[in-house]
Design a protein around this ligand. Structure first.
Ligand SMILES: N[C@@H](CCC(=O)N[C@@H](CS)C(=O)NCC(=O)O)C(=O)O
Length: 197
C-alpha cells in the first residue's frame, strides 16, 4: 500500500494526490505538516531530512520532493501516457516540469508572500511574464507538453489555479483561460487543486 505524508492545502501534496487519482491508485494519507505538525519528528525526518511534505512511502522505500515523487509514481504505475517512456518525450515533459517549478511557481510564491507581508508587488512582472509564456505555449498545444495531460500539467496545476485567484488586474490570457476551463473538468484537479487558497 502507498502511504502519503502530506496535507490538504499543501500545493506540493496536492500534485501528488492528483496524480494518484489520475492513476487510480489507492493510498493511506498520514496527515503531516501545517496544523497537523510532525515535520520535526525523528521518524519523519528519517523519511525526509528537510521535514517537508509530501513524502511517499511504499514497498520500495520513502521518496521526497514532489516532482521526484510524480516521476517515481508515473514510472512505476503509469500507463505510459502521463510520462511516456521515450527519452525525448520525457525530456520535453521534464523541461516543462522544471520550468513550472522554477519559473512559474517560484515567482508566484514570492509575490503571494510579499503581498501577504504588505511588501508590495515587486515580483508581479516576473509572474506576468511567466504566465504570458505559458499562454503562448497553450496557443500551440492543448496541454502544456503536447496533446495529452502529462506530469507537466500536474506540476503547473497549483500555479495555474492560483493565477486566477490573484487579486488586481491581470492581462487577458485567452489560451490559459481555455486551458483552465478544461482542467476544471478533470476530477483530480477539482478535488485537490481547485481547493487550494
Ligand atoms: N520542493 C519541495 C517543497 C516542499 C514544501 O515546501 N512543502 C511545504 C508544503 S507545500 C511544507 O512542507 N511546508 C511545511 C508544512 O507543511 O508544515 C517539494 O516540491 O516537495
Amino acid at each position: 500500500m502507498i502511504r502519503v505524508f502530506g496535507r490538504s492545502g499543501s500545493s506540493n501534496s496536492a500534485k501528488v494526490f492528483w496524480l494518484l487519482d489520475e492513476l487510480g491508485l489507492a493510498y493511506d494519507l498520514v496527515e503531516t505538516g501545517g496544523k497537523h505538525g510532525g515535520n520535526d519528528a525523528p521518524d519523519f525526518r528519517a523519511r525526509n531530512p528537510f521535514g517537508k511534505v509530501p513524502v511517499v512511502e511504499d514497498d520500495a522505500g520513502s521518496f521526497w520532493e514532489s516532482n521526484a515523487i510524480l516521476r517515481y509514481l508515473a514510472s512505476r504505475h503509469g500507463n505510459g501516457a502521463i510520462w511516456p517512456e521515450a527519452a525525448a518525450q520525457r525530456a520535453q515533459i521534464d523541461g516543462w516540469m522544471d520550468w513550472a517549478s522554477l519559473s512559474l511557481a517560484a515567482p508566484l510564491t514570492r509575490l503571494r508572500k510579499s503581498r501577504a507581508a504588505g511588501k508590495g508587488d515587486g515580483d508581479l512582472p516576473a509572474v506576468v511574464a511567466a504566465f504570458t509564456q505559458l499562454d503562448a505555449q497553450l496557443a500551440r498545444e492543448p496541454f502544456i507538453a503536447g496533446k495529452a495531460l502529462t506530469l507537466a500539467d500536474i506540476t503547473a496545476g497549483p500555479s495555474v489555479h492560483r493565477w486566477f485567484l490573484l487579486e488586481g488586474a491581470r492581462p487577458p490570457l485567452p489560451c490559459l483561460e481555455a486551458y483552465h476551463t478544461m482542467l476544471l473538468r478533470n476530477a483530480g484537479y477539482q478535488t485537490h487543486i481547485r481547493i487550494l487558497t
